[in-house]
Write a protein of this length. Sequence first.
Length: 249
Amino acid sequence: MKKILWGGIVGLVVLIVIAVVVVALFLDSIVKTGVEAVGPKITGVSVKLDAVHISLLTGSASVKDLVIGNPEGYKTPNAISVGTANIGVDPLSIFSDKIVLPSVKVVAPEITFEGGLGGNNLGKILDNVETVSQNGGPTTTNTAANTKPAKKYEVDDLLITGAKVHISLTGLGGKEMTLPLPDIELKNLGKGSDGLTATDLTRAVLSAITSATVKVVAGTATNVGKGAEKLGNKGVNRIKNGIDGLFGK
């Protein structure tokens, strides 16, 4: 009887080990596919991810070349491009309803802020995310029998550092400039038992990026206006009105 019991325990342990190994082998491709499938449903634009590597043994992950496209009608190639991001992962949380990420560090992303009197690309993407959030998240094709609760997320510390903003004032004759963006740090996102959905987490991060970008662009308004003084009052007003128009959605 004891031999049967121990045999059963050993068999169970072996199955668990095999399951963990299989998950570890295929987790990278699963996450990459998931990001590229769900990302567009949340943002309303294309989302491409070159590679992701997750190590359950070290509790870490890395992301390479994440590119978020622009809404229809905008001319610049993309809205946000992330070369690398380093992520801390609680390995046990991968198998739970809430995935816990102790740290996320996004290094030197390239952000494009394209706009004019009719609005701007970041504002449009944020509008898309807001709409999806209000509707309860992206739709799924799961049958009722296979429906599972959506994963929730907790990010204890998120840092965006070394970012640059490429500003394209399309309503002002194609005026362009590149400016550094101050570091953005968000803490305790989804802290607690509930966590945040992927949509709400996206909204929180994108809102912070958009807000920081708007402040940087607004800080250049005076200098841009001075550059138009030689055009007379009409020229100054056109520049001022154009910049004000950037911040509408």
